[in-house]
Write a protein that binds this ligand. Structure first.
Ligand code: CAA
Length: 257
């Protein structure tokens, strides 16, 4: 892989994926997205991995889709290439996925971070959907996920002016989970990953699936889906272990079964 580096056991039960196209500020070209898709698919099936962290570098998480690669394309080229279809794999990832963001998270970069389940950011992080400045609009979830995360008024302003928001604003708006000094953003993301990795991976997967379902459905159906997943956790050995450990006043040891 040229643009994506994967470390399956960066720390116990946690894999790190690093976007590695630094000269172009991790602009998301077709090859990078294809590699990311494959890396996520592999790690999602790897039993030794329970949580995945995705990072860029200090200057840029990702500065968006690759403008140079798209500049001369026609609408039909875009339709036939259908570059955003590779993004579906990110959404399909069943294990918890944490974005560790420093520097620019713009356009597709902001959309990529939002497709992850949680975002830990450095104080230098900047989020934006600046597509309007280059005569287009967000195409990989910016008008949908951002609206759900921070509301219509703020999304309208960001998408229609292209302005960036600082990490502190993103935190206040509820877009991200945490802001820390730049030298700590990866270790903080890893700390969060380690905490989640101690839980039952079966329960984590079913809980993630249920939370995401709330974006797709109305309340009654979502509650029904949640209830079924809750009952399903009782098919796991981890449920027996978790409840037994509580009764015995000891720490549980989950096997993901
Ligand atoms: N695509 C392709 N190349 C990009 C890029 C992008 N999205 N963003 C940065 N680069 C390249 C620059 O062209 C430059 O390359 P050269 O050295 O070969 O000229 C290199 O990365 C460094 O960038 P800058 O010199 O511009 O760095 P800067 O610090 O002065 O500015 C920036 C940083 C404000 C992020 C600026 O690069 C910028 O505005 N980038 C574009 C952001 C953008 O519009 N993103 C949305 C893309 S469209 C999209 O994402 C659609 C979608 O919904 C998926």
């Amino acid at each position: 892989m040229e643009f994506v580096k994967t470390t399956p056991n960066y720390q116990p039960y946690t894999a790190l994926i690093e976007l590695n196209r630094p000269k172009e500020l991790n602009a998301l070209n077709l090859q990078l997205m294809q590699e990311l898709k494959e890396a996520l698919k592999t790690l999602d099936q790897d039993e030794s991995v329970r949580v995945i962290v995705l990072k860029g570098n200090e200057k840029a998480f990702a500065a968006g889709a690759d403008i140079k690669q798209m500049a001369n394309k026609s609408a039909i080229d875009m339709l036939m290439i259908d570059q955003f279809s590779t993004w579906d794999q990110i959404k399909k990832t069943r294990k918890p996925l944490i974005a560790a963001v420093s520097g620019f998270a713009l356009g597709g970069g902001c959309e990529l971070a939002m497709t992850c389940d949680m975002i830990v950011a450095s104080e230098t992080a900047k989020f934006g959907q600046p597509e309007i400045k280059i005569g287009v609009m967000p195409g990989a979830g910016g008008t949908q996920r951002l609206t759900k995360a921070i509301g219509k008024a703020r999304t309208m302003e960001m998408v229609l002016t292209g302005k960036f928001i600082e990490a502190s604003e993103a935190l206040a708006y509820g877009l991200i989970n945490k802001v820390v000094p730049v030298e700590l953003y990866l270790s903080e993301a890893m700390k969060l990953a380690a905490e989640i990795a101690q839980m039952s991976p079966v329960a984590a997967m079913l809980a993630k699936e249920s939370i995401n379902r709330s974006f797709e459905t109305h309340l009654d159906e979502g509650l029904h889906f949640e209830r079924k997943n809750f009952y399903l956790t009782f098919a796991s050995e981890d449920q027996k272990e978790g409840m037994q450990a509580f009764v015995e006043k000891r720490s549980p040891n989950y096997q993901g079964k």
